[in-house]
Design a protein around this ligand. Structure first.
Ligand code: 9MR
Length: 645
């Protein structure tokens, strides 16, 4: 990479011009089909490491450009690291665009035993600093090396506009780290299919069609294009509105210490905010998932003093905690998002086992554990009714209340749900049943489970209750390593299930598919969704709309973001250095290329005029390229050009 032409060009041209980033980062002109356009590339040959920093006051890392032991000239040396978490770090949100996917790649060298992690740090919407690992176990053992230099494969990163102080950093061990060829490229954008109808539009007169999302999806444009076109009837937060995401342990304990009252749980929607902001902005109704569940609910919630090692509280205390939790949950949602249509809420989730009995008492344990701390404290499933009663009391108007479960077609569970729902209906506290519908398409339609017939019978039973039904988490797996034939069975199975849903449409108000593309599913290995990892509609998608009227999409086909255009003065389109009628990054690139190598790159006379956007009248300079880049970054409007007239 070091030898590539673009690096030298840009390094030279930008040495005086890169005000936007604090360093002479390389704003490159390379367009590679595999990894996308190069946005920054540092080879450190100019000795400048100022774009990198350590991780704050307590990080002892010192950064310098060194050349002893490098692959090819200089590199970034991170020395004096006294803690595993010490940097180096590189800030992203002041240089890159939110909602855009980038690849980070680099070469790293440590000791032969060093295990590096590429991590990400950011402040969330509540100003709380969060961390996550992008790539772990980067070591000489695990990745190809040249003389001990480990080549990190392009690793995806993206962020939303609510995330501030977004950094990527290298951590691991306390030895010196060497970094070279640190490169950021833009993941090539993908257009979703426009010649298929929006799923939500096909069934617009029948039921809402929606999906589940986690915040990471928000920064994937093609994913969100699919959401907008097909699933914008309803959004469920995949994890962020569950008790473990909402309950704030430190705040619970602090409140208890301050007041002596341990029945007023403290909550936060920090994790859900990016999703809820998206729904608010796009006017998308939200399903709340979920209030009372045995899983993804911390044990300390049920313990004296909210302490991990505390005793279980008594039933009375837990009832008070439950009421105050549900009250705070709804009050906070209404306060934060008065405009969102919270139209449905899973009040209680998965309380009955397949045989129709309560779960076992006990701590939560591993995922999939049958234990329930609710049963531990209440002795049985008698926590269900108060949960609904409190939800009815505090839920916003129009928010329907559901009992939600999987394997909802198994006889034992089905009967228990019907009995419970009949009672709750008589008490006026339940509105519907959520059928999760995590289904399995197998080798043949006959061996798929549940059979379409079994599923259809369950729908009949729930419909007979006179309550609403929502299909809340639909997915249907293929076998592992599926063949085309398996995808065909999956399509036929989906059609059978969907037709059965459609036949009950008078009792069904929403159908939610549990995820957007197969690779993002919780059962990714078995390709259970309607869109593949390349954002293409699968046979299953086509099968479920077959036979239905296909409306003209209410969303006009979306194209990639329209390039910025400027006002013109005579024939001059300021910023349009390459005279293609648009002002975009390519114009800045051409200016830099032109400045560094006029033999290879030229500007037309009109291009020269168009390019002179900064300090207008002083000819074409690197400052002009920077100004166009700043337009692209939203710092200036295109209509502001030329600046400094
Ligand atoms: O989709 C969720 C996945 O990201 C979590 O790892 C998992 C952990 O419990 O929960 C998944 O969602 C579950 C939902 O909340 C309830 N029904 C089963 C879903 C799949 O496990």
């Amino acid at each position: 990479m070091k030898k590539k032409h673009f690096n030298r060009i840009a390094a030279a041209a930008l040495a005086s011009a890169m005000l936007m980033s604090s360093a002479n980062a390389v704003f490159a002109a390379d367009d590679s089909a595999a990894t996308g356009k190069v946005i920054f590339s540092f080879d450190f040959e100019d000795g400048d490491v100022s774009a990198f920093c350590n991780r704050g006051e307590n990080d002892t890392t010192e950064l310098s450009a060194a050349d002893e032991g490098g692959i090819d000239g200089k590199y970034l040396l991170a020395s004096g690291r006294s803690k595993e978490w010490n940097g180096p770090a590189f800030r992203l949100d002041d240089k890159l665009e939110p909602y855009t996917e980038y690849y980070i790649s680099a070469k790293v060298k440590g000791k032969y035993y060093t295990n590096v992690t590429l991590s990400n740090q950011f402040d969330n919407a509540d100003g709380v600093t969060k961390y996550n690992n992008l790539l772990q176990n980067i070591s000489q053992q695990n990745y190809p090396t040249e003389d001990g230099w480990v080549t990190i494969p392009p690793t995806k990163i993206s962020f939303t506009d609510e995330m501030k102080n977004v950094y990527v950093y290298f951590e691991g061990g306390t030895d010196d780290l060497f970094i070279d060829d640190f490169t950021i490229t833009e993941v090539p954008s993908v257009e979703i299919e426009q010649d298929i109808p929006g799923l939500k539009d096909v069934f617009v007169n029948d039921f809402k069609v929606g999906t589940a999302l986690t915040p990471a999806a928000l920064s994937s444009k093609p994913t969100m294009d699919i959401v907008e076109k097909h699933f914008s009837g309803s959004i469920t937060a995949g994890n962020e509105m569950k008790p473990d995401a909402v309950l704030d342990k430190a705040a619970c304990q602090a409140y208890f210490e301050e007041t002596g009252d341990d029945t007023v749980p403290q909550i936060t929607f920090g994790a859900a905010k990016p999703l809820l902001n998206y729904c608010q902005k796009n006017n998308i109704p939200v399903r709340i998932h979920t209030l009372v569940w045995h899983s993804q609910t911390p044990d300390w919630f049920f313990k004296v003093g909210y302490a991990d090692d505390g005793e279980w509280v008594d039933k009375e205390t837990m009832l008070a905690r439950m009421e105050n939790y549900i009250k705070a949950y709804f009050e906070e949602l209404i306060k934060l998002y008065p405009d969102i249509d919270f139209y449905a809420c899973d009040v209680v989730n998965e309380a009955w086992n397949d045989q129709g009995a309560p779960r076992n008492p006990g701590e939560q344990g591993d995922h999939g554990s049958n234990n329930s701390a609710w049963v531990q404290v209440f002795g049985d499933n008698s926590f269900i009714e108060p949960a609904f009663t409190f939800a009815r009391k505090y839920a916003p108007e129009g928010c329907k209340l559901y009992y939600n479960d999987f394997n909802e077609y198994m006889d034992g569970k089905l009967n228990a749900i019907v009995e419970m729902a009949t009672d709750l209906k008589a008490k006026g506290v339940i509105d519907g049943i959520g059928m999760q519908s995590h289904l399995d398409a197998r080798q043949s339609l006959d061996s798929s489970f549940p059979s379409v017939n079994m599923y259809n019978k369950a729908l009949d039973k729930y419909a007979e209750l006179g309550l609403d039904i929502q299909i809340t988490e639909l997915d249907a797996t293929t076998p592992e390593n599926p063949t085309d034939a398996d995808f065909k069975v999956q399509a036929d199975y989906y059609k059978g299930i969907w037709d059965s849903i459609y036949a009950h449409k008078d009792s069904i108000s929403a159908v939610i598919v549990w995820g957007v593309t197969d690779d993002g599913s919780w059962r990714a290995k078995k390709y259970p969704l309607l869109f593949d990892a390349d954002y293409k509609a699968k046979p299953a998608f086509h099968s479920i709309i077959e036979g239905h009227d296909v409306p003209i999409s209410t969303n006009p086909p979306k194209t990639t973001e329209s390039p910025v255009t400027t006002t013109t003065t005579g024939d001059t389109l300021y910023g349009d250095a390459n005279c293609d009628g648009k002002v975009e990054i390519a114009d800045a690139t051409l200016i830099l290329q032109f400045l560094t190598n006029k033999d290879e790159y030229s500007l037309t006379t009109q291009g020269m005029k168009n390019a002179d956007v900064s300090g207008n009248g002083d000819g074409v300079t690197a400052q002009d390229a920077l100004t166009i880049q700043q337009v692209d970054a939203g710092i200036y409007k295109a209509s502001d050009l030329p600046i400094n007239k």
